[in-house]
Design a protein around this ligand. Structure first.
Ligand SMILES: Nc1ncnc2c1ncn2[C@@H]1O[C@H](COP(=O)(O)OP(=O)(O)OP(=O)(O)O)[C@@H](O)[C@H]1O
Ligand SMILES: Nc1nc2c(c(=O)[nH]1)N=C(CO)CN2
Length: 166
C-alpha cells in the first residue's frame, strides 16, 4: 500500500537525524521508501501557536510502500523515533524526531492509537509544502486536495539547502 509520512526535527543535528530516519524507515521489513522531498524549515508550532523563541524545525515528507498494516507500521516508526533520542514529553514540545503517518492508501483509521489521515496535516504548511513537491495532485482522503488546503493557510515554510534525503 502506498503511504505518506511527515518527518520533523527541531533539536540536535536536524538534517542528519532526518537522513538517518529515512534510511531506518526503508530498512523496516515490509517497507520501502520511494521518494523524499527536499527539506523545509518552519518556525515551531506549539499548542499556543507559532513560537519563534523555540528552535525552528526541519520538515520533510517521504513517499513509501508498506506491506504492514498501519498499527504495525506505527510501532516501527515509534521505535525509530526512540532510537533517535526522542523523549515523549509535552504535546507539541520540541523533539529530535517526529514521524507521522499522513495517509495510508485510502484507508481511514480513527482509534485511540492512530488517526489516518493525520487530523492536523490539513493545517500544516510543513506537511503540505513538501508533500506537494513530490505529488502535485496530493489528496487527504475525506478532507480535500493538498493544493487547495495550502491555499487557505499561511505558508511559513522556506526551502533549506541540503543534499537530497533519498
Ligand atoms: N497518523 C498518526 N501518525 C503518528 N502518530 C499518530 C497518528 N495518529 C495518532 N497518533 C498517535 O499520536 C500519539 C502522539 O504522537 P506525538 O507525541 O508524535 O504527537 P505530537 O507529534 O506531539 O502531535 P501531532 O500528532 O499533532 O503531530 C502517538 O503515540 C500515536 O499513537
Ligand atoms: N514547524 C513545526 N512545528 C511542529 C512540528 C513540526 O513538525 N514542524 N511538529 C509538532 C508535533 O507534531 C509540533 N510543532
Amino acid at each position: 500500500m502506498p503511504l505518506v509520512l511527515a518527518l520533523g526535527s527541531n533539536l540536535g543535528d536536524r538534517e542528519s537525524t532526518l537522513r538517518d530516519a529515512v534510511r531506518a524507515i526503508n530498512a523496516v521489513d515490509g517497507v520501502s521508501v520511494d521518494a523524499a522531498s527536499s527539506l523545509v524549515q518552519t518556525p515551531a508550532l506549539k499548542l499556543a501557536g507559532v513560537d519563534h523563541s523555540a528552535p525552528a524545525y526541519l520538515n520533510a515528507v517521504v513517499l513509501a510502500r508498506s506491506a504492514l498494516e498501519p498499527h504495525a507500521l506505527l510501532e516501527h516508526l515509534q521505535r525509530i523515533e526512540a532510537d533517535h533520542g526522542r523523549v515523549r514529553e509535552e504535546r507539541w514540545g520540541d523533539r529530535t524526531l517526529d514521524i507521522d503517518i499522513v495517509t495510508f492508501a485510502h484507508v481511514l483509521v480513527d482509534d485511540e492509537l492512530l488517526s489516518i489521515p493525520h487530523p492536523r496535516a490539513a493545517e500544516r504548511a510543513f506537511v503540505l509544502v513538501p508533500w506537494l513537491q513530490l505529488d502535485p495532485g496530493a489528496m487527504l482522503p475525506g478532507i480535500g486536495r493538498a493544493a487547495d488546503l495550502l491555499a487557505g493557510i499561511e505558508n511559513d515554510a522556506t526551502e533549506f539547502e541540503a543534499e537530497p534525503l533519498w
